[in-house]
Design a protein around this ligand. Structure first.
Ligand code: TRP
Ligand code: SF4
Length: 404
């Protein structure tokens, strides 16, 4: 394993919810499209996660998977830059989930805020299941099996990444020790030469005694620079820095998605469950109709009544999709009753349509060639599986389960 790659590796997933809308585009996909060029990205469809809440209707999952992947591709997620895969095609996730379940205290899962929240919100479903309680732990397995350093998620998912860190720490603590670990670490230090060894020791002490995070970073950088360390020694020294032992599972960090809260057609958060979305594949007529019928500032009853954009859902969209000049024109024209609401909506319709038009075209091409979409997922799943197998091999070894 290589601890170095983790800092360059990103993993993220989405439950298969079907066609995506503008909220997904700005909340998640734009971010992925950026990251795929700067990191080694593993992006996947969390179809087993869908089953935790939709176990009564698994038949909808398949269509939702392909619809979602088509929208990823159409919106610029690139199979040549990122590895795109399907969770259930990498069964190693399930094995790691099982093994982690052995060491995860029930209380950790019961305390995850989304557990009670979702049960409350989805009262029509019986979520008092073993699988639903384990949802965040399955997510931990998803992340840990790729030894990803970063997990781009929204604020609602930070608690899951936090759980993942705790589980990794516990795992490393329980299974990362071997009786000769300290001796082997000292021998590895000596191999780096006097000067480097002294610096390593000093930085390690600063981190362990004073919690100096900068020292930890410098020590890690120092290890990365050492050309003559074997991979095994390097991992050992990464582990020894933090005191525990060998690091088998990497603690990931949440990478908060720059919160672009897309407001929907009615001013509430854009969400399929509110029926207030503009979908990525909506055609020009649909977009036009949806925006033309949007509610506006309730105080603007007649065309001659001045309005205030701050109370208008249309303005929220202008804030995202319009240029400064247009926004000034809206502010001015609305407050002076110089423009009507339909005038105001026109440039918005145009800019949203212009943004979605190429996405819609690409989606149509993929729709007509589902074979290509499936081939992309096949290739990605094989690649993901190779990485997952490696991690699982180390995990089994650490547990002493590699007897066959
Ligand atoms: N729980 C995530 C969500 O609801 C989806 C998900 C599953 C995920 N596994 C993941 C996200 C691993 C990031 C990493 O959005
Ligand atoms: Fe809203 Fe524009 Fe009408 Fe003002 S002019 S109320 S911002 S739609």
């Amino acid at each position: 394993m290589s601890s170095i790659d983790s800092q360059r590796r990103v993993l993220s997933g989405m439950r298969p919810t079907g066609r995506l809308h503008l909220g997904h585009l700005y909340g998640v996909i734009h971010n992925w499209v950026q990251l795929q060029h700067d990191y080694e990205c593993f992006l996947f469809v969390a179809d087993w996660h869908a089953l935790t809440t939709h176990y009564e209707h698994p038949e909808i999952i398949e269509d939702n998977i392909w619809d979602m992947v088509i929208d990823w591709l159409a919106a610029g997620v690139s199979p040549s830059a990122a590895t795109l895969f399907l969770q259930s095609r990498v069964p190693e996730h399930a094995e790691l989930h099982l093994l982690l379940s052995m060491i995860t205290p029930l209380g950790w899962l019961e305390r995850v805020p989304t557990y009670k929240d979702m049960q409350e919100n989805l009262k029509d479903k019986d979520l008092a299941t073993y699988g639903f309680l384990g949802y965040p732990l399955l997510q931990s397995a998803d992340i840990l099996i790729y030894r990803a350093g970063f997990v781009p998620v929204g604020a609602d998912q930070v608690a899951h990444v936090e759980l993942t860190r705790e589980v990794a720490r516990r795992f490393n603590h329980l299974y990362g020790r071997s009786p000769d670990f300290e001796d082997a670490a000292k021998a590895a230090i000596a191999k780096m030469g006097k000067k480097v060894a002294a610096l390593y020791d000093e930085l390690r002490r600063k981190y362990q005694e004073q919690g100096d995070a900068a020292a930890l970073e410098r020590a890690r950088a120092l290890l990365r620079e050492q050309q003559n360390l074997t991979l095994g020694d390097r991992d050992r020294l990464f582990g020894y820095l933090e005191g525990s032992g060998k690091i088998i599972l990497i603690e990931p960090q949440a990478k908060l998605t720059p919160a672009a809260k897309m407001s929907g057609l009615d001013g509430r958060k854009m969400s399929k469950s509110y029926d207030n979305v503009i979908s990525l594949r909506d055609d020009t007529d649909t977009i036009t109709k949806k925006i033309r019928t949007m509610p506006t500032d309730p105080a603007r009853v007649r065309r001659s009544d001045p309005g205030s954009p701050a109370r208008c859902p249309v303005w929220q969209l202008h804030e995202i999709f319009s240029t400064d000049t247009t926004r000034e024109w809206v502010q001015q024209g609305c407050q002076s009753a110089g423009i009507g609401c339909l005038d105001c909506k026109k440039p918005l319709i145009d800019s949203i349509d212009a943004e979605l038009s190429p996405i819609r075209d690409r989606a149509r091409q993929y729709e007509q060639d589902l074979g290509q979409v499936k081939a992309i997922i096949n290739t990605g799943s094989e690649k993901a599986r190779d990485v997952a197998r490696d991690t699982l091999h180390d995990v089994r070894q650490a547990l002493g389960l590699n007897y066959r």
